[in-house]
Design a protein around this ligand. Sequence first.
Ligand code: G6P
Length: 473
Amino acid sequence: MPKVIIVSNRLPVKVSKDESGYQLSPSEGGLATGLGSIYKKDDNLWIGWPGLEVDNEDEQKQVSQQLQEISLCPVFLTQDEINRFYEGFSNEVLWPVFHYYASTYAHYHRANWEAYKRVNQKFCDMVLANAEPGDTIWVHDYQLLLLPDLIRKAMPDVAVGFFLHIPFPSHEMFRLIPWRKELLEGIIGADLIGFHTFDDVRHFLSAVTRILPVHASANILTCGERSIVIESFPMGIDDKKYDQLARSASVREESEHICETFKEQKLILSIDRLDYSKGILQRLQAFELLLETHPELHRKISLYMIVVPSRDQVPQYKELRDHIDRRVGNINARYRNIDWSPIQYFYQSFPIETLSALYSTADVCLVTPMRDGMNLVSKEYVASRVQNDGILILSEMAGASKELIDAIIVNPNNTHEVRDAIVTAINMPVEEQRRRMIQMRYNVSKFNIGHWVKIFMDRLNEAKQYQRSMQTR
Ligand code: G6P
């Protein structure tokens, strides 16, 4: 029976080592949940990096066996590959350029590009060791842009889908990358290429038709004998999980505790992975402007800011962390008093139950990335609002703003607009909150992660069947 193989840089599990050996803890991420319905079935599997260096062959065997039991298959990376492929090329070329930070943060080193090619080939070898003709391979994200073409060339009779989880930039940005041609050739090895938004599709079509000898008609790309389908598939979340968590007794208890702590205050929540694209410093600037210009709100509001550690070996991330620490320290030092602190700042990750309690308690959720492929935090907040109240302030630069149009939509670069949005949010009548939230909850529940997986897989099957019928004509 044909298999489905999912491939992403990271496996949907956290692997850690202690004195009794390697421990696995499943990831709570949306992608892991959504694709669980696929890779855990039949002989299907998920190929990816376990997220830590395991250089001893015996230990690699041990980890492989543990992972195999849960349908996962590891690609081990050496420390040099982690430095060059993951940090150097994926996160110091592709991430900044695709998020429009090329001039500030991109460093183009040929040795890192060579490592990127080698590691994509390593992933391909693992796919080929497991795949058979007729199988379906779904490749994810910017770390594996070369993989679709490597697979197709080695095994033309498999269906290859590719989905990009981050924005695809305008051609003017993308063309800056010295290896832009090779990257596009890699992506178009897929039969179906998916993005979060229509704008990403438009940018991709514009780049690919300018850089490669291909022709686009509507959303179909013709490349020699092949037709490739390019479409937007906005990713959703497991809305029911967040809804049920918010209604559970333990989360309600935790919410009551938070309410008690912040009684008399409006709670503004902000949750992000540490990343310059998330606009954390700009958000702090808007919050500081609010404190400066609205002294009547002192003691009446609190910003609860969670920053989840990420990519801490990449220099720009270390610097950003220091800046945030300083900024939060300055604001609190300037405005706090004996019984009130304007910002509660946490640099750590929290269990999903605590996040759920915060989502269900916060009066306002402030999501203001400078650029974001989708942004699932905004959808998690909405799914957790089982009383249909609460206000979402959302950056127009997040893919989610195309769907959650009942949020207060802001330009994150406009500090005054963000400040005013917070004032509007904390004064918004409950009826209006409900009107907006009901609409957003409907969207988040209808276009959830299950829907996303299904339409992508259905479309991939159709695209491959069409390819096959063209070849047998
Ligand atoms: C983004 C990317 C993912 C990545 C995640 C965490 O969501 O689209 O591909 O896995 O960030 O980043 P990390 O570098 O820790 O894998």
